[in-house]
Design a protein around this ligand. Sequence first.
Ligand SMILES: *[C@@H]1O[C@H](CO)[C@@H](O)[C@H](O)[C@H]1NC(C)=O
Ligand SMILES: *[C@@H]1O[C@H](CO)[C@@H](O)[C@H](O)[C@H]1NC(C)=O
Ligand SMILES: *[C@@H]1O[C@H](CO)[C@@H](O)[C@H](O)[C@H]1NC(C)=O
Ligand SMILES: *[C@@H]1O[C@H](CO)[C@@H](O)[C@H](O)[C@H]1NC(C)=O
Ligand SMILES: *[C@@H]1O[C@H](CO)[C@@H](O)[C@H](O)[C@H]1NC(C)=O
Ligand SMILES: *[C@@H]1O[C@H](CO)[C@@H](O)[C@H](O)[C@H]1NC(C)=O
Ligand SMILES: *[C@@H]1O[C@H](CO)[C@@H](O)[C@H](O)[C@H]1NC(C)=O
Ligand SMILES: *[C@@H]1O[C@H](CO)[C@@H](O)[C@H](O)[C@H]1NC(C)=O
Ligand SMILES: *[C@@H]1O[C@H](CO)[C@@H](O)[C@H](O)[C@H]1NC(C)=O
Ligand SMILES: *[C@@H]1O[C@H](CO)[C@@H](O)[C@H](O)[C@H]1NC(C)=O
Length: 827
Amino acid sequence: MFSVQKWKCSWSMVATVASIIVLVSVVHLFLFPVVPSLDYFSARQVQYKCVPINSSLEQSTDHVWENKPKGLNLDHRFPTDLHNGVVYRNAPWKAEIGRWLSGCDAIATEVNIVETLGGRRCKSDCSGQGVCNHELGQCRCFHGFSGEACSERLNLSCNYPGTPELPYGRWVVSICSAHCDTTRAMCFCGEGTKYPNRPVAEACGFQMNLPSEPEGAKLTDWAKADLDNIFTTNGSKPGWCNVDPAAAYDSKVLFKEECDCKYDGLWGRFCEVPVESVCINQCSGNGHCRGGFCQCYNGWYGTDCSIPSVVSPIGEWPKWLKPAHLDIPSNEVTGRLVNLNAAVEKKRPLIYVYDLPPEFNSLLLEGRHFKFECVNRIYDERNATLWTEQLYGSQMAMYESILASPHRTLNGEEADFFFVPVLDACIITRADDAPHLSLENHTGLRSSLTLEFYKKAYEHIIEKYPYWNRSAGKDHIWSFSWDEGACYAPKEIWNSMMLVHWGNTNSKHNHSTTAYWADNWDKIPSDRRGNHSCFDPAKDLVLPAWKRPDVTSLSAKLWSRPRENRKTLFYFNGNLGPAYTSGRPEATYSMGIRQKLADEFGSTPNKEGKLGKQYAEDVVVTPLRSENYHEDIANSTFCAVLPGDGWSGRMEDSILQGCIPVVIQDGIFLPYENMLNYESFAVRIREDEIPNLIKILRNINETEIEFKLTNVQKIWQRFLYHDSILLEAERQQTGFGRVEDWAVEFLQQSDDDVFTTFLQAHLPGPKKETKEPIPADPPTPPFTCWPPHTAHLLHLLCRSHATCTCKEKQTRNSQRKERKKKTKNRN
Ligand SMILES: *[C@@H]1O[C@H](CO)[C@@H](O)[C@H](O)[C@H]1NC(C)=O
Ligand SMILES: *[C@@H]1O[C@H](CO)[C@@H](O)[C@H](O)[C@H]1NC(C)=O
Ligand SMILES: *[C@@H]1O[C@H](CO)[C@@H](O)[C@H](O)[C@H]1NC(C)=O
Ligand SMILES: *[C@@H]1O[C@H](CO)[C@@H](O)[C@H](O)[C@H]1NC(C)=O
Ligand SMILES: *[C@@H]1O[C@H](CO)[C@@H](O)[C@H](O)[C@H]1NC(C)=O
Ligand SMILES: *[C@@H]1O[C@H](CO)[C@@H](O)[C@H](O)[C@H]1NC(C)=O
Ligand SMILES: *[C@@H]1O[C@H](CO)[C@@H](O)[C@H](O)[C@H]1NC(C)=O
Ligand SMILES: *[C@@H]1O[C@H](CO)[C@@H](O)[C@H](O)[C@H]1NC(C)=O
Ligand SMILES: *[C@@H]1O[C@H](CO)[C@@H](O)[C@H](O)[C@H]1NC(C)=O
Ligand SMILES: *[C@@H]1O[C@H](CO)[C@@H](O)[C@H](O)[C@H]1NC(C)=O
């Protein structure tokens, strides 16, 4: 057996040997110093405890419920243990919840697949200004560099062209009166100052007009630079670029209050402390996070440096690529780098993740002007994790989990699904950050700009990879994190599965409902977006929004607070529209729903001093958020789930605090609604029933309330990004030897989370235990494995309808086997 070190040193020697099998000790790879154990890797595999179910029961595809529970017989609607309804991780689930998990035993078997490690070289090794993708032999260049070898330096301006009235151009987030770093379009103090690398972000560099009224807001004059106050060395004037932090902290000198440390990777009032920036998976320990872009160490590649090439030491291979043995091709080795095959044992579903060019991910992170944008965490002055409130942060969380998942494969030939990582969450917050993104070309529509991003990603994968055409993109997965979901997906990719946060089927709301003009997608011509809905429950999935991991709520077990402590009948907090101080003015905001609700049940006086028409003591509908928001929800029985400019994160607030969600938004799917049985833990009220809302809720009896509360407690972790949180815990521990309170607290939760649920949704359909030879035309078994609402997943795999037999899949498998045989013969 080879030792890890030996392998690295003797590559050329080894390469001359015909075929060597290297068994890498599991102990080497998985030994972890753990107090407490954060190595939960083994638990990351989806558990496959499946029970066959009776397919003929699964007729109901109807997701629209009766609004009034009439003659509700819980035992009839949810017969206990119906056909061994899933008993899953000791949760005695009612038959319908989780039934989609059933009957899939056969696919739990491990598969042996061959992972190919890329050995293609990039021109000039990307000139040290990029990372080589060894699969394609193509450079991913850092921000501000381009060309085949990243040798070309870009000149990205911070400002739009100036005019006499606006010498710095019109406003844009990157607007700069000091030194523009033209590789990043970011603004700094520059040479000649005491702190040349100190950011001069946005309002910092411009003059402030003091308000005319005492309460008024200060206004920035974007036409007048404030050079005096940022460049002065006179300590009695507010300087910025020359202020010594220590003196300023001691209040010995003045500094300009509008100046702030907004860029990532820097901490302290004056950006004087270098800290970790946020990178995808923090470069997996195989690279340096360069302000958001992973600068991988020699040989490693991928957005998160998680892909080894042939020169990467085996002992350092990531856990998801646990190798069983390696085949070293003798006949192709001529001293150059070649592709290397490693046989690996894995469980389906196997997901291939495209390593897209950096414009779709790393550059968006590297070019962020505000450190909190689009990420789910940043790092503080100790480099400890600081979780964000960014609802859009789930896109990054999901991407990281998939990349680090044991279900990931590098072998597209074997993959069941293909994940295309376009980080549109970062486009939302970046779209007007810098002139080079050319929002102008889209008449200011971020939706149109973003559509173009997806289209370019599509063009890239059809040009560079063979996988799209096999299923016309049906086995591809895209993520759209914007408020209204995948409405603006280019028509070319609509066959694929869309991961969104809001599932508008367009059955009732058939046009853009956002009140935010730049996100409107109605104006995108149909030759670009086609004529698709925003969500298709037969193929797409709604994922929960990111919620900051809240240790206080978790340790107080708010999710399990019993019925008797939930004295508030109904609760909603959020913007209630123009009737209230600082309410959103647009009538279309929240599709008018929040406004209607407040009109009936408002519990805080509006601008006219009025309460809702049907105000009641135990009903809270308020625009005022208390400091105990989570506890307020935990003290309520029913909690409203209403739209905002699309999704609003209220489903997650409700579920994570153990409250029964009351969904009011017609024709909109909520997280995992096409997989979970919402009827058993939520209430849906039609929009036109809002005036009767409280009457309806008061009519729900204790038995049913108890039933729903209990069920919320069974599924709440499916709304938690537990995998993502623990991955970060593991990184903190390996990187800094640190185990924070949140890590300990979250480690104690072990039910299926957002990511596991996502994987379960992708479990392949039943596989027949046919040993070779596979009959040319396999018999058609009845469709017994999948309930109708997940049939689409099978559909994705097999590309046929409910009676799917996985025939095509098998054919594909047999083709693969043929291919493999041929490969073997060649060797
Ligand atoms: C499946 O359900 C149908 C109708 O409820 C019933 O007639 C049939 O016997 C069941 N089959 C099995 C195998 O339980
Ligand atoms: C609960 O309500 C349903 C109808 O809404 C009724 O059938 C059931 O008997 C009630 N249960 C109790 C315990 O009152
Ligand atoms: C970059 O562009 C600006 C104007 O857009 C120009 O003034 C400047 O000379 C350019 N710099 C380089 C290095 O090309
Ligand atoms: C510093 O600025 C203050 C206030 O503007 C001014 O009174 C003083 O003369 C300046 N000192 C120097 C050395 O320029
Ligand atoms: C935090 O990380 C940055 C960047 O890697 C490093 O320069 C700094 O010294 C670290 N600080 C601490 C306290 O570990
Ligand atoms: C924007 O449009 C202009 C003029 O049509 C074109 O020259 C430029 O390349 C476009 N920019 C981008 C990023 O597409
Ligand atoms: C994929 O399909 C499209 C349209 O069917 C075709 O134009 C294209 O050439 C195909 N690409 C490959 C690589 O086969
Ligand atoms: C949207 O719905 C309205 C009313 O339900 C209908 O009149 C209109 O034609 C629909 N528009 C589209 C594009 O389907
Ligand atoms: C869009 O699709 C709907 C339903 O499929 C159809 O009724 C409508 O005519 C289509 N509109 C356009 C512009 O193609
Ligand atoms: C929630 O209810 C408990 C009693 O059940 C009470 O002690 C607590 O103060 C309440 N919290 C809030 C924020 O009202």
